[in-house]
Unconditional design. Structure first.
Length: 166
């Protein structure tokens, strides 16, 4: 998306550890700990590139591999320092109707489940067209004009993406 849309798109990560996944809460805490050190996206990519190996020993290994301060990282895990933020993200997701992962919002429009790039491009292009903004040539032709999304169920204003990724 970055290559096609540049600064027209911003990715904002929200934690939504699934209750039935025994390793998800610790992995979310580890992500929050990596965020504290400005390395969220590197850590994220390491975790998602090594699924399902996300037990504590693996998380510690990934933290070392991405260059985190291990004392700070382990302290964050041991004290569950990021839990309040994770819980807030999850509650926000539930309020918006999220029940599983992955889940995405494009300017308030909900996309549920794993999606091909074309699904994102269609949603992004529709929003750009609705806002009378140009669609990048690499993104293909804009879809037909879309009605504005309904106010109910819209995602709240986004916060900056952890690690500064757009």
């Amino acid at each position: 998306m970055e290559k096609v849309y540049g600064d027209k798109v911003r990715v904002v990560w929200k934690h939504f550890p699934l209750d039935f996944h025994p390793d998800a809460p610790l992995a979310a805490l580890a992500g929050a700990a990596a965020y504290e050190q400005g390395r969220f996206w590197e850590f994220h990519d390491k975790i998602f590139g090594n699924q399902p190996k996300i037990q504590r020993d693996f998380l510690l290994q990934y933290a070392r591999e991405v260059g985190l301060d291990m004392k700070r990282f382990q302290d964050a895990l041991n004290t569950a320092r990021g839990k309040a933020a994770i819980d807030a993200d999850k509650n926000e997701g539930k309020a918006l109707g999220v029940t599983g992962t992955p889940a995405f919002f494009v300017n308030g429009r909900f996309l549920s489940g794993a999606q091909p790039f074309d699904a994102f491009a269609q949603a992004i292009n529709a929003e750009l067209a609705r806002l009378n903004l140009p669609v990048p040539a690499a993104a293909g032709a804009p879809p037909p004009a879309a009605a504005p999304p309904p106010a109910a169920g819209r995602a709240p204003a986004a916060t900056p993406a952890p690690g500064g990724r757009n």
